[in-house]
Design a binder for this molecule. Structure first.
Ligand SMILES: NC(=O)c1ccc[n+]([C@@H]2O[C@H](COP(=O)([O-])OP(=O)(O)OC[C@H]3O[C@@H](n4cnc5c(N)ncnc54)[C@H](O)[C@@H]3O)[C@@H](O)[C@H]2O)c1
Length: 266
């Protein structure tokens, strides 16, 4: 019998947005603890994540899909079912951010794109994979929210945008409601709300559209506003992700966990 409550041996896990950033870090961490990890992304670099897992002796399956597209998600679920009977963990991690701006700067196209990628995808993937999750009788969904679902932020200049905060607040509501609906069916549903974590490509659209002076002001503000005095790294998040994926969190459901160096407590 496995006495390590954080072990993921024998668990089948799907991580969306696993080609890079937090998703790749989670996939590698889960595989190191013994899980089979299906890595889903719209970016072919998801193959590299799986190659890294296998190089370390783990088991992985790359699945290309746009998680905001219903037909693509249905195909992805069918491909997964051909390789595994049951699913124990789904990490709804894929997400995007757009250049910062106040409401009057936000186009309808960007609103639709962010809501589709960050919120519609959580609905589509959870619904498509729920039958496989319920078959395991011991399942966990982990949704990537954001501290921007918990607090508003406007330090006198643009640093985020309404569609992103709205999509993540939607993720938190989805998390609570799904958790309650299936609490007696062996499914737990929780969300992680990260603060600023460097080393990912989430800010690429913002950086591409900003002057160096604007990027510096942005970074100076972030560093100065975090009580612990520094940004997090993707690796910092793996402890919480493993906890929520494993039996260590077996009595925890419907919660959003801020992981932010004290940002939302200040
Ligand atoms: N990094 C942070 O500080 C931070 C803070 C708060 C929340 N988050 C959330 O964590 C998650 C991961 O962010 P990250 O920083 O690793 O970003 P990232 O840009 O480095 O990685 C996101 C991944 O999602 C994939 N993706 C995007 N759209 C997709 C789609 N339609 N279908 C399939 N895959 C798609 C990308 O290809 C990429 O591999 C996101 O949901 C993000 O909102 C991150």
């Amino acid at each position: 019998m496995d006495t390590d409550i954080f072990s993921l041996r024998g668990r089948n896990i799907v991580v969306t947005g696993a080609a890079e950033g937090l998703g790749r870090t989670f996939a590698l961490a889960f595989a190191r603890r013994g899980a089979f990890v299906a890595c889903v992304d719209i970016d072919p670099a998801v193959e590299e994540t799986c190659a890294l897992i296998e190089k370390n002796g783990g088991k992985a399956l790359p699945l290309m899909a746009d998680v905001s597209n219903e037909a693509a998600v249905t195909t992805m679920a069918a491909q997964l079912e051909a390789s595994a009977d049951t699913l124990h963990v789904l990490v709804n991690n894929a997400g995007i951010a757009i250049p910062p701006g106040r409401l009057l700067d936000v186009s309808v196209a960007n609103w639709d794109r962010v809501i589709a990628t960050n919120l519609r995808s959580v609905f589509l993937c959870s619904k498509a994979l729920l039958p496989m999750l319920l078959r395991s009788k011991d399942a966990s969904i982990i949704n990537l929210s954001s501290f921007l679902a918990l607090v508003g932020l406007y330090p006198g200049f643009e640093i985020t945008a309404i569609p992103y905060a709205s999509s993540k607040a939607g993720v938190d509501g989805f998390t609570r409601q799904l958790a309650i609906e299936y609490a007696r069916d062996g499914l737990r549903v929780n969300a992680i709300a990260p603060g600023w974590h460097g080393g990912t490509r989430l800010g690429r659209e913002r950086q591409a559209s900003s002057e160096p002076a604007v990027i510096k002001r942005f970074n100076d503000f972030i560093q100065g506003s975090i009580p612990m005095g520094h940004m997090g790294t993707p690796d910092d998040l793996t402890g919480l992700a493993v906890y929520l994926a494993s039996s260590a969190s077996r009595y925890v459901t419907g919660q959003t966990f801020a992981h932010d160096g004290g940002l939302t407590a200040a």
